[in-house]
Design a protein around this ligand. Structure first.
Ligand SMILES: *[C@@H]1O[C@H](CO)[C@@H](O)[C@H](O)[C@H]1NC(C)=O
Ligand SMILES: *[C@@H]1O[C@H](CO)[C@@H](O)[C@H](O)[C@H]1NC(C)=O
Ligand SMILES: *[C@@H]1O[C@H](CO)[C@@H](O)[C@H](O)[C@H]1NC(C)=O
Ligand SMILES: *[C@@H]1O[C@H](CO)[C@@H](O)[C@H](O)[C@H]1NC(C)=O
Ligand SMILES: *[C@@H]1O[C@H](CO)[C@@H](O)[C@H](O)[C@H]1NC(C)=O
Ligand SMILES: *[C@@H]1O[C@H](CO)[C@@H](O)[C@H](O)[C@H]1NC(C)=O
Length: 464
């Protein structure tokens, strides 16, 4: 009897003690997307709350958004931010609450998906200080990640460098004795199998790409024979999406021959990717009929080979020395393009800017620059801005990697809908496009020569 009394007494005491310790716990932060650009975070008011401090960071960008609130309004402690959030944005929320002179802290990470906010991580609300001076805590909280003394950048980088605007994030001068294979990976696969088909196979042989005298050369070569023998890449094949189609040539309605052209494409998917920044590529684009350069960025959630992958095109010009559109426009290699290609239901939406030059872009080296910002894409050649694009950027809400390559043909690259009739030696969707192309090689192979290589002097990426 005594024992039981004692027990219930101590239990009551324990409960009392617990209640005192857990007097306050920061609840989950409410988030609301506002109709106009912006969002709101809030926690409900409770008697005893004195101050609330929010630190909000979107995608790790600096400076973080901070809000110090000294008064509840309409029953809650609310911080309104007028920056728009996009799909896949990661919002880190840290809250400090001063409650009966004790300071509590809690953090949450949320990811935006279709304007909903999914909580991914949450810390437990805890007391971090019983000082009444919240100011001091703010200093400590932000000093967890010391800011460099610089203009903060928006760039997010795979190698987690670059918090300062202008900082060099990636560079290759191609000045080594050979290509640095711990940076660049080759595609080894054929491109002829698909209805968007290009008339080429990519391989890593030094015949098709090599480094010499400080330059990377990507050299397309005409096959010597397309009908004899088999095309089997075996284990060397790098295709992940559809190896059954890209690693060997099987029977299909689209082709019955081996690739008419061999070339190279390389990328940094495994080693370097970034979101937002400035990329400069000093290069000489390829010259020759039906050649087409890839100097672009692609989201890391895709493979280099992925069909219908959205692309940020840093620069391209068709290899042809003479080519006219139906409207009699010059669409030869004198016309430079840059911008983005976004696939919507297997239709390419092209947000492209262009610039017509007096000479072919394969005649000289040029500095091709793309400045990729959250709400703007700027395209430059040498020191001239030739285009600014504001739409489509939410489609590139992730890190992208670099791709360099030279391809041949392609239905989108040389679209029948814009070309004069009968100039192209194959037709879009034609089952035997590659064979037609090969059979008419007398008309195009002679336009290829020393300048058919794409030559890259350097590539540099800077934080922005
Ligand atoms: C509080 O709510 C009322 C009515 O809902 C609204 O008119 C007022 O603007 C709100 N005040 C604040 C500070 O949000
Ligand atoms: C608050 O801090 C004082 C010393 O600064 C300490 O004596 C006291 O126990 C603390 N109270 C709590 C609830 O942590
Ligand atoms: C704040 O930082 C100072 C110095 O870095 C440290 O002495 C102090 O303990 C920190 N306070 C808290 C609450 O973390
Ligand atoms: C690349 O070239 C630039 C300009 O010549 C030079 O400043 C830089 O150090 C070079 N980088 C490397 C890694 O060789
Ligand atoms: C290749 O690139 C890696 C990563 O940037 C670098 O550490 C290494 O020194 C480079 N190798 C050569 C031979 O330049
Ligand atoms: C391209 O950049 C290089 C430095 O990397 C510079 O020397 C050259 O003048 C630039 N070319 C043009 C046309 O702006």
């Amino acid at each position: 009897m005594i024992c039981q009394l004692f027990l219930s007494f101590s239990l009551a005491w324990l409960l009392l003690k617990c209640r005192q310790n857990l007097a306050y716990e920061i609840p989950n932060v409410d988030m609301e997307m506002l109709n106009e650009r912006g969002f709101e975070v809030s926690i409900p008011d409770e008697p005893g709350m004195q101050r609330v401090f929010y630190m909000l960071q979107v995608d790790g960008r600096c400076p973080a958004l901070m809000d110090y609130i000294t008064q509840a309004a309409n029953g809650s402690w609310t911080s309104k931010q007028n920056i728009g959030l996009q799909n896949n944005d990661k919002l880190q929320i840290s809250v400090l609450v001063q409650y009966n002179d004790l300071i509590y802290e809690k953090s949450e990470t949320r990811v935006i998906l279709n304007t909903r906010l999914l909580t991914t991580q949450q810390s437990i609300s805890r007391i971090i200080s019983n000082r009444t001076n919240a100011e001091e805590c703010q200093v400590n909280l932000s000093s967890e990640k010391p800011l460099k003394h610089c203009k903060p950048a928006s760039s997010i980088v795979s190698n987690s460098q670059g918090t300062c605007k202008g900082e060099l994030l990636f560079e290759d001068n191609f000045s080594g004795a050979q290509l640095n294979r711990s940076v660049w990976m080759h595609d080894i696969r054929q491109r002829m199998y698909h209805e968007e088909e290009e008339l080429v196979a990519f391989d890593d042989s030094p015949r098709y790409s090599y480094v010499r005298e400080g330059h990377l050369h990507i050299v397309p070569k005409v096959a010597s024979e397309v009908t004899q023998g088999v095309y089997q890449l075996g284990d060397r094949c790098t295709a992940v999406d559809s190896p059954e189609l890209e690693c060997s040539i099987a029977k299909s309605s689209f082709y019955k021959i081996k690739p008419p052209v061999y070339s190279a494409q390389l990328h940094t998917r495994q080693t370097f990717s970034f979101k937002y920044g400035k990329i400069v590529v000093r290069a000489k684009l390829p010259k020759g009929d039906w050649l087409f350069p890839y100097v672009m960025l692609q989201p890391v959630s895709t493979h280099a080979e992925t069909h219908y992958a959205n692309q940020l095109r840093i620069a391209y010009a068709r290899g042809n020395a003479h080519l006219r559109s139906i409207k009699q426009e010059d669409i030869s290699g004198n016309r430079l393009y840059g911008g983005m290609i976004v696939w919507q239901k297997q239709e390419a939406v092209q947000l492209i800017k262009e610039r017509l030059n007096a000479k072919h872009y394969g005649d000289d080296f040029h500095n091709y620059t793309m400045i990729w910002q959250r709400d703007k894409l700027t395209l430059m050649v040498d020191d001239e801005i030739y285009g600014e694009i504001y739409d489509g950027l939410p489609f590139f809400n992730e890190k992208c990697f670099i791709i360099f390559g030279v391809t041949v043909g392609g239905f989108l690259n040389f679209d029948d809908n814009i070309l004069m009739n009968d100039v192209k030696p194959y037709k879009n969707q034609q089952p035997r496009a590659a064979l037609s192309f090969w059979q008419s090689r007398d008309t195009w192979a002679s336009t290829w020569g020393k300048s058919s290589a794409m030559i890259i002097d350097y590539v540099r990426v800077y934080a922005d």
